[in-house]
Design a binder for this molecule. Sequence first.
Ligand code: NAP
Length: 302
Amino acid sequence: MAAEPSAPEAAATATATVIDGRAVGAQVRERVRAGVEALRSEHGIEPGLATILVGEDPASELYVRRKREACAEAGIRSFHEPLDAATRASELTALIDRLNADPAVHGILLQLPLPAGLDAGAMTARIAPAKDVDGLHPVNAGLLAHGSPEAIVPCTPAGVMELLRAAGAELAGARAVVIGRSTLVGRPLASLLLGADATVTHCHSRTRDLAAVCREAEVVVAAAGVPRLVSADMVAAGATVIDVGTNRTDEGLLGDVDFDAVSRVAGAISPVPGGVGPMTIAMLLENTLRAARRTAEATVAA
Ligand code: NAP
């Protein structure tokens, strides 16, 4: 009979539960599809998403195509607005104003980055907050920072929260570390975790002894854009680790977490690819449905 492994040997071979973003994303898409159908049959409203793509960046073209395909699968109408790379700011604002006023359009997605000469912050702020399905308008960022349920939440952090829910992570009272403080991911995520009653420590490139800070946490979310930044010695046994990083390297697509090593220590871990990535488009669909539902609520209330 084989001898029982000693505690250190058992820890070395233990494997974390892999949080499957493709499966969770598929559940969200199905939930959205059912919600779209209900909105259509009960209120006669067909959710619509406008996508604006300025220029011909191949990666941006691919992202927009995927978003439009996902819309079609969910029953959401999409209106594509491709613009020339030489588009002037006045032309782009005129288009945004037209879409803001169009009742068939419930969400507006301005694909970033914009070509040089166009101010992404100013253009994002031009989108009506109620149609800002990327959640990047200062009004939505402010509502989220205030803990308001009215905020439209940026898609990637919303997807991280969905993965944590799916993994059964107990957030209330838990110590959570967020690595990265961008307006797109880190900041909104810290607000969401705080809203879920976690005790949040927010780290960035100036944080001293990141490893020691991370080792204290029951939840670690890495969104730094640094391949394999989070190593096994930085993670407490049994912690839940979510990897937002998407780094294209000579070795291929890598996350911010050393997946193989950390999965021998963590309790649950999201992979790259197949973790946060599939959640982002799913949450965009959900935000678009939510924006359309608000139109229905406003019509009923009027
Ligand atoms: P970003 O704007 O470049 O922000 C990176 C953040 O990480 C900054 O706050 C930076 O600190 C911090 N940081 C950088 N190096 C660090 C280090 N060594 N230690 C601790 N903190 C460090 O990036 P982002 O837009 O938030 O994206 C982060 C990553 O997520 C990227 O890999 C991106 O491709 C990925 N991403 C994935 C998705 C998805 O759908 N899967 C969506 C969005 C982003 P400072 O503020 O001090 O500079």
